[in-house]
Design a protein around this ligand. Structure first.
Ligand code: NAD
Length: 476
């Protein structure tokens, strides 16, 4: 299957003949593989109108019936996994096995929400006088808009589509212009599953213009965004005007604390495996490695060996274990991180530079001997560059881990129950993995604290994000 032709999807119909658009680039080659159409202002209004018109009937449809459609769409995504995964790798770069896993995980998200939507229970609150019933019911908040980035072109839209539709909200999705094909395939699966027109709409355009236009509409009652902290803050400011509810899943810089009682070989291998997944372009990637001084060298050697053993290349090629970066902005960012590290006395123990000049490949890189205020220790790298630093004492390292303004994911490796409890109680993050990196499942909340955002996707919280409470007090 070739790359295909992503389109807008508004009120149940696809649109391609819109005002201009942008090229879609294969990051493994730098070649243009397709075109993404941009929505004109009138089409954005049409999408808002379609979502608003479809809302009353969709909100009133029994959750069971909404679930049937969600499950059917999930089934179609599963059936089409090989084609969708190929599109994903072509436009984003990650290795095909990772793309396949992501597409299947997206189907699982739809299946999970299909069931969770049926558990939107209300409650009865005892009244202060006889003859009164106080009922609390959860109702869908209204038409929503969602903005998703290029690093996970399937699972991020899936979380937003699943939560919104299961709760009874309609949605206008603006997926990333760099990876439009995957989002289009997800939306197509819903159309083929019999989703009523207007319930799910897909648009593309200049991100700042589209978001400003959509959020300016008072018909939109909820805004969900995944992306950088700076953009998230700007969107929340826009939402102040109409007081839309927000879910903001923003950046992180996940600390990994490896205690002296843990096997450095296992920790080094597992941590490096997590770090280089999707070439490090993961918001919950383990990315600041604090290792107890007693095992520092052994851990670092194992980590470096893993980095050097990765086979970097086109994600569609058999045997490749790390693909290119998704765009040339990330290449430039990696150069900046390495240059700053070297200036600050850091030692590059593996990698450090771009590979070739075709496509956006960067060497899996490891840097040691860095001060805590080096750029790599304070800013999310969002790429395959890993800083490893030593620590002496648990209290000291918790303070260092908590010192940034973000708090999305965190990880720790220890055999001590007391240390695990202390870490769980004191690390300021939204998700903590102890002796595991597996923290993202459909049934558990996914979100951050501090400037990593607000709200969660996944878990019961992911459904609640699209619901609001209504009290009905009834006498007699
Ligand atoms: P960026 O911050 O401009 O864009 C990030 C995403 O937000 C893109 O998908 C973009 O289309 C979208 N976006 C940008 N401005 C927007 C706006 N005004 N309204 C709506 N959507 C908007 O820059 P970038 O170069 O793509 O990424 C830079 C940084 O963003 C990365 O280094 C990383 O820290 C962060 N990022 C985080 C995630 C995440 O999963 N949390 C995903 C992608 C990027």
């Amino acid at each position: 299957m070739s790359y295909g032709a992503p389109a807008l999807f508004i009120n149940g119909t696809t649109r391609t003949d819109t005002r201009g658009g942008a090229d879609v680039i294969n990051p493994a080659t730098g070649d243009v593989i397709g075109r993404v159409p941009f929505a004109a202002a009138a089409e954005l209004d049409e999408a808002i109108g379609a979502a608003a018109n479809a809302f009353p009937a969709w909100a009133k449809m029994p959750a069971y019936d909404r679930g049937v459609i969600l499950r059917k769409a999930a089934g179609l995504v599963r059936e089409r996994v090989n084609d969708i995964a190929r599109i994903l790798t072509l436009e984003q770069g990650k290795v095909l096995a990772e793309a396949r896993g992501e597409v299947l995980a997206s189907a699982e998200v739809f299946e999970w929400y299909a069931e969770e939507g049926r558990r939107n229970y209300g409650r009865l609150v005892p009244a202060r006088a006889g003859g009164i019933r106080q009922m609390v019911v959860s109702e869908p908040v209204g038409p929503a808009v969602a903005f998703t980035p290029w690093n996970f072109p399937a699972i991020t839209p899936a979380r937003k589509i699943g939560g919104a539709l299961a709760a009874g909200c309609t949605l206008v999705l603006k997926a990333a212009e760099e990876t439009p094909g995957t989002a289009f395939e997800l939306v197509r699966a819903f159309a083929d599953a019999g989703l009523p027109a207007g319930v799910l709409n897909l648009v593309f355009g200049v991100p700042s213009e589209v978001s400003a236009h959509l959020i300016a509409s008072p018909q939109i009652r909820k805004v969900s965004f995944t992306g950088s902290v700076a953009v998230g803050k700007g969107l929340v400011r826009l939402c102040a005007e109409n007081l839309q509810r927000t879910t903001m899943e923003l950046g992180g810089h996940a600390p990994v604390i490896v205690c002296g009682d843990f096997d450095p070989e296992i920790a080094g291998k597992v941590a490096a495996g997590g770090k280089y997944r999707n070439a490090g372009q993961v918001c919950v990637a383990p990315s600041r490695f604090f290792v107890h001084e007693s095992i520092f060298e052994k851990f670092t050697e194992r980590f470096v060996a893993y980095a050097k053993g990765l086979k970097v290349g086109d994600g569609l090629t058999e045997g490749i274990t790390m693909g290119p970066l998704a765009n040339d902005r990330r290449l430039q960012a990696m150069d900046k991180f390495v240059a700053d590290a070297e200036k600050r006395g850091g030692k590059v123990r593996a990698g450090g530079k771009r590979i070739g000049n075709r496509g956006f490949f960067f060497e899996p890189t490891v840097v040691t001997d860095l001060p805590d205020d080096a750029l790599l220790m304070t800013s999310e790298p969002f790429g395959p560059v890993a800083p490893i630093v030593p620590f002496k004492d648990l209290d000291e390292v918790i303070a260092r881990a908590n010192s940034l303004s973000v708090g999305l994911a965190g990880y720790a490796f220890t055999k001590s129950t007391a240390a695990a409890e202390k870490l769980a109680a004191n690390l300021r993050v939204g998700m903590l993995g102890i002796n595991t990196l597996a923290i993202a499942n459909p049934e558990t909340p996914f979100g951050g604290v501090k400037e990593s955002g607000n709200g969660s996707e996944g878990g019961v919280e992911g459904l609640q994000a699209y619901l609001e409470a209504k009290l009905v007090a009834q006498m007699g």
